[in-house]
Design a protein around this ligand. Sequence first.
Ligand code: CTP
Length: 429
Amino acid sequence: MSLLNGKRILLGVTGSIAAYKAGELVRGLRAAGAEVRVAMTRGATEFVAPLTFQALSGHPVHEELLDAGAEAGMGHIELARWADAILVAPASADFIARLVQGRADDLLAALCLASPVPLVLAPAMNTGMWQDPATQDNVRTLRTRGVLLFGPAEGEQACGDVGPGRMLEPDALVAQLGEIFQSGALAGRTVVVTAGPTREPLDPVRFLSNRSSGRMGFAVAQAAREAGAKVILVAGPVSLPTPERVERLDVETAAEMLSATIKATEGADILVATAAVSDYRPREVAADKIKKDAEELNLPLVRNPDVLAEVKQARPGLFCLGFAAETSRLEEHALAKLRAKGIEMIAANRVGPAAPEAGGTFDSEVAELTLYWEGQKEALPLAPKDRLARQLITSLAQCFEQWRAEPGAAGRRVVSLHATRKAGSGEGG
Ligand code: CTP
């Protein structure tokens, strides 16, 4: 799995002869596991027909800002929110100039303005245009705003000139784009994640379990890996592929999850407990299949160990983030769990009828979370779980660093937890 796996890339194509290479770029991005939507400027459509990109991306191409038909599908604001990153390739000299001015008079420029996600430009233009002080000033301005530039490369150009200005080749762009998802915020750390449900056997063929899909935990494991951590995923029975470069330990019962997690956290820095552990298990496991002889069947249950609380007790130096799924009084219950388990941070989410927009279930594709730590709180609004997991990891990494610097005061001085393009600066090149 590449770093682009599951990422949503909005590819902007502007008017440059290099637009013909953007088709190959779409294929490369999709081969790396990314979902791609394409927005074209009018100039770009003079070079390549939108139908080409529709066929290659599998989705209609977005062209017009004020298009009632397109707005009825995925509107431009929705598209801006959908993306994990925007890549404009090729980026013409004119488009770069328009970005500097913050223009929103065509769809692609408006999307770049509206979206807070990383914006990457792959310039493609004549050498003279690239070297002109106006373009160089524009590029400097955009870099100070955190816009990333990939290329341009040097070489022979379509017009016959030789020098800088060629768009980087599609495979180089795919590789560099993947790297922006590797944040390094947890570089050198070991993170253990518990995920999924547990199964508590009743007899050789039956068990008690719950609806947890494990999606949140797997997304957290992937996000922690992308942030540079070594990740060990202790997974209950789920049918999800293991994120790339993540070590996975499969378990069934709460007892197995506890011993695997104790072992995995030896020498680890952080535990993220997303697992929906069965709080109870049948007191006895029948050796043979239970027969339907009786009219009424009572199954005595006994308490399971609390994996998170026990691991925290055994390893006080471990920074622990728990989850609290609640149907009511979210904050009160979440804070009570934070205190009862002696953990540093808790992520609370509403479940059941209280969260209709999240599907009301554990196995939904989207969720929203509120993070609590040391008298602080931060809301992470409704989003696909992979994106939510990345935000969670960003916040977690900052709180963890704060806690290490000043144990017992995790995150007290954390002011802004999310460095976005609009708030931050970036590297160019
Ligand atoms: N947890 C755990 N082991 C358990 C139960 C929960 O590790 N046996 C962890 C979960 O992974 C989660 C947090 O503890 O991080 C949830 O806290 P908990 O109070 O146990 O939540 P619920 O089980 O939902 O509690 P309740 O049913 O009382 O609301």
